[in-house]
Design a protein around this ligand. Structure first.
Ligand SMILES: [Zn+2]
Ligand SMILES: [Zn+2]
Length: 303
């Protein structure tokens, strides 16, 4: 059995933290683009994609210290609700709103790629998507396995089942955690929707080219809290080291896999697993800390 995994933990380079989904006053967000950039810069982020609804927001003459990657969020209602995050586009898509409504998912994905960008399927659980819908999105880099705003505001921010549905069909997509921040502040019974979902990208330099190359290669992991320190694959054994977490799960989209947690709930920082060969096509690791926050590796494929 051979395991194929773009293992960012074994590559040279630096870890860069970023959020690829955020709104500003240019659509329905509550902070200006400049304020949003400062919010993330102060929180220690290295890169940010501002993704206003159907609008490519840039900050002219921006002089700050966080890398801004242009993007926009495109929504269609054809055959159900789909939102797509377009990142690193060279120009605004500028789709006519009436025409956009009737476009198919694949048409949007193609249009973004023609604009030089890459596509992430946004919050499939919030969008009420079924696998019959998500499987039509095979040209995307991945899906939002975690959307912080959907979690804080509606409780449907996790889309692990949607991700696994795609993996079960051998659709090789990666998992992104994002904010989708709108409010940027604490509200009644709802925490601040910013800085709660991010990706950690392994690259040599924090430039748009290098970050995008690493993202497209899968050299990142997604998180809403815990850190993943290492993933090693030795012969057929997968070993994972993390910050203190309550559980570490080796998830397979089919039967199999294994979830580990100490019986006395003592926190753990390491787990290992030897996949059984029968029927296992792919494994991904997810861990959960004492507050329910999670981290997700991208899938490791078996052949
Ligand atoms: Zn959306
Ligand atoms: Zn959004």
């Amino acid at each position: 059995m051979e395991i194929t995994y773009q293992n960012p933990f074994q590559k040279p380079g630096n870890w860069y933290k970023g959020n690829l989904h955020a709104h500003t006053t240019m659509s329905d967000g509550k902070k200006t683009p400049e304020e949003v950039a400062i919010r993330y810069e102060k929180a220690g982020y290295h890169f940010l994609a501002i993704t206003d609804h159907n609008k490519r927001t840039v900050i002219p003459g921006y002089q700050g210290n966080i890398l801004l990657i242009p993007g926009e969020e495109i929504d269609i209602t054809c055959g159900g609700c789909y939102h797509f995050i377009a990142i690193n586009t060279k120009q605004e898509l500028g789709l006519d709103p009436e025409k956009r409504k009737n476009m198919q998912p694949q048409e949007i994905i193609t249009a973004v790629r023609q604009a030089g960008g890459s596509v992430i399927l946004a919050h499939p659980y919030w969008s009420n998507e079924t696998i019959e819908m998500t499987k039509l999105c095979s040209g995307v880099l991945g899906i939002e396995v975690f959307n912080h705003c959907c979690y804080t505001d509606w409780g449907n921010g996790h889309s692990m089942a949607h991700w696994d549905d795609m993996l079960r069909l051998d659709i090789k997509v990666n998992g992104f955690a994002v904010d989708d921040a709108h409010a940027y502040t604490v509200r009644d019974f709802q925490p601040d929707d910013s800085c709660g979902g991010w990706i950690m990208v392994k690259a040599n330099h924090c430039t748009a080219d290098e970050i995008m190359t690493a993202i497209r290669s899968g050299d990142f992991y997604a998180a809403s809290g815990p850190e993943i320190h290492s993933v090693t694959i030795s012969e057929e054994k997968i070993t994972v080291e993390t910050s203190p977490v309550r559980s570490i799960a080796f998830r397979t989209p089919r039967w199999g896999g294994k979830r580990m947690q100490n019986a006395d709930n003592k926190m753990m920082t390491c787990a290992e697993y030897i996949p059984k060969s029968s029927g296992v096509r792919c494994i991904r690791v997810e861990c959960t800390d004492e507050l329910g926050r999670m981290a997700w590796t991208n899938p490791m494929w078996f052949s």
